[in-house]
Design a protein around this ligand. Structure first.
Ligand SMILES: Nc1ncnc2c1ncn2[C@@H]1O[C@H](COP(=O)(O)OP(=O)(O)OP(=O)(O)O)[C@@H](O)[C@H]1O
Ligand SMILES: [Mg+2]
Length: 222
């Protein structure tokens, strides 16, 4: 379903080159739950953003269903991301002018996947399921880090994505809430056959996924 071929990512600071991804090859089948585990700075977020078409590799390609995703124009990529991908970011990236409910509804309003009249109900249900019944009208700055994370998870799921990209989705949650999210991800994968790509520093969180890939210093450990 998703394939990375020899992905490299180089950042420049002044005239100094920083090679953050050093040739990543990866093949993800439909319905798989993959975890990429590695220490801070290993390149996990960078890789996830490239796989999800949010950032471009310096070289190499990402293929989605056998066609080259990296070559698409930005508006075409955005359409694919909105309708087929869900993202849970390490730092939430909620829109601060909007309430929790509005943040969750937004991807639904942009896509044509859900009837307009159903979006608000679906978003409210998702927030309630994540324990935020009394926070739906709060804006991000009126929410704790863990609550913002759960809003971000609800937002990622509103369009029933085929692939869910998660960057440290439990990083700001207490142990019990983290376990709950972990079980929920496993259930989404098993019951809805959702393809999940999770990056984390936590071997514990990665347990239960179909495959664990260890990344160190921009490369998978063999
Ligand atoms: N825009 C940028 N410009 C320069 N260097 C960057 C940039 N973004 C990331 N880096 C560097 O790339 C390396 C990998 O960053 P990345 O965010 O992918 O790490 P990570 O594995 O997600 O770490 P963490 O577990 O702390 O989130 C880091 O050393 C970081 O400093
Ligand atoms: Mg990161």
């Amino acid at each position: 379903m998703l394939q990375a071929k020899n992905i490299k990512k180089i950042y420049w600071s002044g005239s100094k080159e920083l090679c953050v991804l050093k040739g990543i090859d990866l093949l993800i089948e439909k319905g798989e739950f993959i975890s990429v585990v590695g220490p801070s700075g290993a390149g996990k977020s960078t890789l996830l953003h490239i796989l999800g078409g949010l950032d471009d590799p310096s070289s190499g390609e990402v293929f989605l269903d056998d066609s080259c995703f990296s070559d698409l124009k930005e508006n075409e990529k955005a359409r694919v991301r909105n309708s087929r991908f869900g993202f849970v970011f390490q730092f939430y990236h909620l829109l601060r002018e909007f309430s929790a409910l509005e943040n969750v509804m937004l991807p639904g309003l942009i896509s044509n996947k859900i009837k307009k009249s159903d979006i608000s109900r679906k978003a409210t249900e998702a927030l309630e399921f994540l324990g935020l019944k009394n926070r739906v009208h709060h804006r991000p700055f009126e929410l704790s880090g863990g609550e913002q994370q759960r809003v971000a998870i609800a937002r990622a799921l509103i369009n029933d994505p085929e692939i869910l990209f998660c960057d440290e989705p439990t990083g700001n949650l207490d142990y019990a809430s983290g376990r709950q999210i972990q079980e929920w991800l496993l259930a989404l994968n098993k019951q809805k056959k959702m393809t999940i790509i999770l990056v984390t520093h936590s071997q514990e969180l990665a347990k239960g996924s179909n495959r664990i890939l260890n990344i160190f210093d921009g490369k998978f450990a063999s």
